[in-house]
Design a protein around this ligand. Structure first.
Ligand SMILES: O=c1ccn([C@@H]2O[C@H](COP(=O)(O)O)[C@@H](O)[C@H]2O)c(=O)[nH]1
Length: 231
């Protein structure tokens, strides 16, 4: 198992609430993820605040635009010193190659660059509405292969696809899996879900976990329970 596989998704509209949780967490136990809501509200200063507290940060902005624009956005993320960032694989091969190339000047200080395949909130029926008439499982594999071809470090997928992707793309290609739900927790808008131990057993490298921790009555206890379930 990867060291520190838990990435806590900080989806808050109040910076103090996020910082109150962070103050209770241990950077040796988890990494943190900031997405579109918090970055739009609080910007690069939030990234600095998190780094000052010793945490690795996944900047989950899922860039999806023309190659030139995505390359510049990814370089801007690298300037912030984040540990990981991402693009949408459906932006295409040229876009992903441009993003990867933009990180070359950063050498071993470059963030890990991964691509979102099919959002974990989406089902086969949702894909059909987009004109994608193959199961999510198959579309994820197609996009993950393209991502590897572009030279990226891994993909965001659901843990349900992890075993197949590891055997298709090799153990070093990182699998970052949201849609993680401990037994008994509400799936909410997530469709392709797994429990934390199931996800690790299936081959996930990193588990993205938000509401089961942040909306728990005692977020620290919820994180500790998940951590223990993986020991
Ligand atoms: O396919 C994806 C890609 C990203 N996410 C993000 O992960 C977290 C999940 O939060 P939960 O509260 O545990 O559902 C959230 O920040 C999403 O933006 C995803 O869920 N699925």
């Amino acid at each position: 198992m990867t060291t520190k596989p838990i990435l806590v998704a900080l989806d808050y509209d109040n910076k103090n609430h996020a910082l109150q949780l962070i103050e209770k967490l241990d950077p040796n136990m988890c990494r943190l993820k900031v997405g579109k809501e918090m970055f739009t509200l609080f910007g690069p200063q939030l990234v600095k605040d998190i780094h000052d507290r010793g945490f690795d940060l996944f900047l989950d902005l899922k860039f999806h635009d023309i190659p030139n624009t995505v390359a510049k956005a990814v370089a801007a993320a690298a300037e912030l010193g984040v540990w990981m960032t991402n693009v949408h694989a459906s932006g295409g091969l040229a876009m992903m190659e441009a993003a990867k190339k933009a990180l070359l000047p950063y050498g071993d200080k470059a963030p890990m660059l991964i691509a979102v395949t099919v959002l974990t909130s989406m089902s086969d029926d949702d894909l059909k509405l987009l004109g994608i008439n193959v199961p999510a499982f198959e579309h994820v594999q197609r996009l993950a292969k393209l991502t590897q071809q572009a030279g990226l470090d891994g993909v965001v997928c659901s843990a349900q696809e992890a075993t197949a992707l590891k055997s298709l793309l090799g153990k070093d290609f990182k699998l970052v899996t949201p849609g993680i739900r401990p037994v008994g927790s509400d799936a909410g808008d997530q469709h392709r879900v797994m429990t934390p131990p199931q996800a690790i057993a299936a081959g996930s490298d990193y588990l993205v976990i938000g509401r089961p921790i942040t909306k728990a009555a005692d977020p620290l206890a919820a994180l500790q329970a998940i951590h223990q379930s993986l020991a």
